[in-house]
Design a protein around this ligand. Structure first.
Ligand code: NAD
Ligand code: GLY
Length: 364
């Protein structure tokens, strides 16, 4: 097992990464009271719920909420199912919630924990690649609104994150690809050497080589922990973790939540951010080719949905959380391994990127 730590003063917490950690009972050290509510969904429950329950033993009053599966249910309406489970079973302020599932379950459980009785503790047990490398670490929690992705939420850090790499064996290929979009993001924004590791090993990673996947998860979490420790509430460097997300969130909202996976939208969004970075003259056409090759090898889309207009992109991007005083800010690449959050881009070039469709990266 490998351990990392998110250093946030009295809100610091460990990230445990290893095989079969679901059975290890690690999280018991981080449960302070006698009540536990496990939140999971109807896909993950039959696969892993019993193992988690068994590993917790009989020291707790244990209740479970099983949510419907899907991004479409990441709403205030379905969040109520968690509050119903807590209230019906008389959970008090010393309860601990455990999120067992992907990013949807993790974000909703964390937000419920942030709100219930003005804040209770929770633990992340992420079961998708995306949630293991990104959403379970850093304390961003929330739900979607019809007008914007993750618009209702709170920062609320977990007590610990338990990453069992074995559970990735049951993950559909498309979900593995979606998670790889966030892994690639870390290389692009922060670590050129990690990017080269991914380029060299992408085939084996997609074939789920356990050693390489564990390495990619560890390095991704290490970067995320480092960034979050510097800027928990995203007033600066943390915004870099949104490479491709402004475009991607617009795609998700346009297509209807769940129709494009979050990671797929981030993949296409990353290609759009790369295209604009290239038009700005910051990265080269050869750099773009490397990004395209890596995204394709990871099974990700490299163009936005056909027919999504520049006007529609602009309308949806105008509610992005990085908009400051009405000014759109984007995460762009200064070079491979180094990104910047900026409003210093040419509006005409952005227009060209939004219109480029499947020609992204062709004309810079
Ligand atoms: P998800 O939670 O919808 O999970 C994807 C699918 O995989 C679901 O059908 C799920 O039931 C299934 N699944 C989960 N674990 C499985 C397993 N081990 N075996 C088989 N199937 C399994 O999606 P996701 O990609 O994990 O997360 C996406 C969400 O995360 C989005 O809502 C996004 O906004 C959010 N997110 C949050 C942050 C953050 O910092 N909080 C960061 C990135 C993404
Ligand atoms: N996924 C972006 C962040 O956690 O800040």
């Amino acid at each position: 097992m490998q351990t990392l730590r998110v250093e946030l003063g009295d809100r610091s917490y460990p990230i445990f990464i290893g095989q079969n950690l679901l059975d290890a009972g690690l999280m018991k050290t981080y449960i302070k009271g006698k009540q536990v509510l496990i939140v999971t969904n109807e896909t993950v429950a039959p696969l892993y719920l019993q193992r988690l329950v068994t590993s917790l033993g009989d020291s707790y009053k244990l209740d479970t909420v099983v949510l419907p599966d899907g991004e479409a249910f990441k709403t205030l309406e379905y969040l109520n199912q968690i509050f119903d489970g807590l209230l019906e079973n008389r959970h008090n302020r010393t309860t601990t919630l455990i999120a067992l599932g992907g990013g949807v379950v993790g974000d909703m459980t964390g937000f419920a924990a942030a709100c219930y009785q003005r804040g209770v503790e929770f633990i992340q047990v992420p079961t998708t690649l995306l949630s293991q490398v990104d959403s379970s670490v850093g304390g961003k929690t929330g739900v979607n609104h019809a007008r914007g992705k993750n618009m209702i939420g709170a920062f609320h850090q977990p007590q610990c994150v338990v990453i069992d790499t074995e559970v990735l064996n049951s993950l559909p290929d498309q979900e593995l690809s979606a998670g790889m979009a966030e892994v690639i993001k870390y290389g692009l924004i922060y670590d050129a050497e990690f990017l080269r590791f991914l380029e060299s090993n992408i085939q084996s990673l997609m074939q789920r080589n356990p050693m390489l996947l564990a390495e990619a998860i560890y390095r991704s979490c290490a970067i995320k922990a480092e960034v979050v420790a510097q800027d928990e509430k995203e007033s600066g460097i943390r915004a870099l973790l949104n490479l491709g997300h402004t475009f991607g969130h617009a795609i998700e909202a346009d297509q209807g939540y769940g129709n494009w996976l979050h990671g797929e939208a981030v993949g296409a969004g990353t290609m759009m951010a790369a295209d604009l970075s290239c038009r700005q003259g910051w990265i080269s056409k050869a750099d773009i080719q490397r990004i395209r090759d890596l995204l394709l090898a990871a099974g990700l889309p490299i163009a936005p949905p056909e027919g999504m207009s520049a006007e529609r992109f602009k309308e949806l991007m105008s509610v992005d959380k990085k908009v400051l005083d009405g000014q759109l800010r984007l995460v762009l690449l200064q070079r491979l391994g180094m990104a910047v959050v900026t409003d210093q881009f040419d509006a005409a070039k952005l227009e060209q990127t939004l219109l480029a469709g499947n020609q992204l990266g062709e004309c810079c």
